[in-house]
Design a protein around this ligand. Structure first.
Ligand SMILES: CC(C)(COP(=O)(O)OP(=O)(O)OC[C@H]1O[C@@H](n2cnc3c(N)ncnc32)[C@H](O)[C@@H]1OP(=O)(O)O)[C@@H](O)C(=O)NCCC(=O)NCCS
Length: 387
């Protein structure tokens, strides 16, 4: 029988009150709120708080959270780690390592109670963008831009990255992209975070493991791979033939298909609209047109819809973000969802330990007479070993 490309698909391994998906209708909800409404009316800060606490905050609670999120400066050991290695590290390796160093001075390290986890989560949400921006500035030989607490989360990130504040439309498009990437039920990285949290490890450890899982091209790396594919296509005219060639060679096209959705990924609906809007500003190549031509061909040939990674590439590109920062940005956004899941798993206080089906050789005797044993000493004597 042919192996499925997704393991554990459809297997329920946790009860969760954070996120729900209707794969046939293409609906995604955070804590009962439709992602389309959150993208229209919320901000990343408010959505992160919704994910962490379970309810939309009133204005006082939101203001309090925003002031906690103002702790955007990195501790010196994290800043130094980035400065030392920015030139010879891959972006996701850098992010993973830098986040790991955040636990050095964290009073909540090693703790699994809700209050400590919540404090650490807020710190991670606040500081991950600073890590990404500092890394990018340093690797270009530029001075890092200090975080500006008078700016929103989205404005501040783009200002730290580019050295100038974005216009309102650009900041809002980025904010919406962050909302859309903030959470997605038990995807591979979130499951990883929950497995780590289930052992009683702390939130930072779980997030570091989640970042490692996100880096793979079948998960968070898919948006970078999709963008690289469109760069190879070069134009909307060439896209259909290139897509057909890939399908004939049985190559997987990044940004298409999904382990859950049978309908159009609701995040892709919104990102496609943003991409189209920015493409109207002109400029070549027309990333939106290339992506759209590929989308049409893949649907005609295979009936597959885009996933979140298809249009996020062109959106980030229109916002001036280099391709190899797409996955780090995914991490900066998803840390809200990971943290909510870790808090939930810590509250549940159970280890996750599934089983495997053994397909190796059956029990067999150790061939002690036919080979020299590498062990110099036997604890229980030769008689015991031969019995
Ligand atoms: C996510 C993924 C692993 C799901 O795979 P899956 O469960 O095998 O998907 P399906 O069962 O719906 O596949 C149906 C058919 O479409 C093909 N298919 C699925 N995704 C494809 C893709 N991205 N490119 C080309 N063909 C694809 C499958 O090979 C299968 O073909 P077959 O009927 O000839 O055997 C797969 O779509 C994939 O690898 N996508 C690209 C990576 C990506 O974008 N990941 C991010 C996900 S958010």
């Amino acid at each position: 029988m042919a192996k499925k490309s997704v393991q554990l698909s459809g297997v329920v391994v946790a009860e969760s009150a954070i996120c729900s998906i209707d794969p046939d209708q293409g609906v995604l909800m955070y804590r009962g709120y439709d992602i389309a409404e959150l993208a229209e009316h919320s901000t990343y800060e408010e959505t992160a708080l919704l994910l962490l606490d379970g309810e939309l905050p009133d204005s006082a609670a939101l203001a309090a959270f925003e002031s906690e999120l103002a702790e955007r400066e990195l501790p010196s050991e994290t800043a130094e780690a980035i400065d030392r290695s920015a030139l010879d590290s891959a972006p996701m390796d850098m992010v993973r390592t830098a986040v790991s160093t955040l636990s050095f001075g964290d009073p909540g390290r090693g703790e699994t109670d809700q209050q400590a986890g919540r404090r650490t989560a807020t710190r991670l949400i606040a500081q991950l963008p600073t890590i990404v921006a500092r890394y990018h500035r340093r690797r270009q030989g530029l001075e890092p831009v200090a975080p500006d607490t008078s700016l929103s989360y989205a404005e501040n990130f783009l200002a730290m990255l580019h050295g100038e504040s974005p216009d309102e439309r650009t900041a809002r498009a980025f904010d919406v992209a962050m909302i859309l990437h903030a959470e997605h039920e038990l995807n591979a990285s979130t499951f990883t975070a929950r497995v780590v949290a289930g052992t009683g490890a702390d939130l930072t450890g779980a997030v570091v493991a989640a970042i490692a899982a996100l880096a793979g091209p079948l998960h968070g790396g898919a948006n970078e791979a999709a963008m690289a594919m469109f760069e190879r296509f070069g134009s909307a005219e060439r896209a259909p033939e290139a897509v057909r060639g890939m399908l004939e060679r049985k190559e997987k096209l990044s940004g298409f298909g999904h382990p859950l959705y049978r309908a159009y990924d609701p995040r892709a609906v919104i990102l496609k609209r943003i991409s189209e809007d920015f493409s109207q500003d002109g400029g070549e190549p027309n990333w939106y047109a290339i992506t759209e031509a590929a989308e049409r061909t893949v649907f005609e040939e295979k009936g597959l819809h885009p996933n979140v990674d298809l249009y996020s590439g062109s959106v980030y590109r229109y916002l001036g973000i280099p391709t190899d920062l797409f996955t780090p940005l995914f991490a900066a956004s998803r840390v809200a969802g990971w943290s909510a899941h870790v808090l939930e798993q810590h509250g549940d206080d159970r280890i996750i330990r599934p089983s495997s089906e053994y397909v190796g050789p059956p029990r067999r005797p150790f061939p002690i007479r036919e080979r020299a044993s590498p062990a110099r000493t036997t604890l229980f004597g030769a008689g015991h070993r031969e019995s």
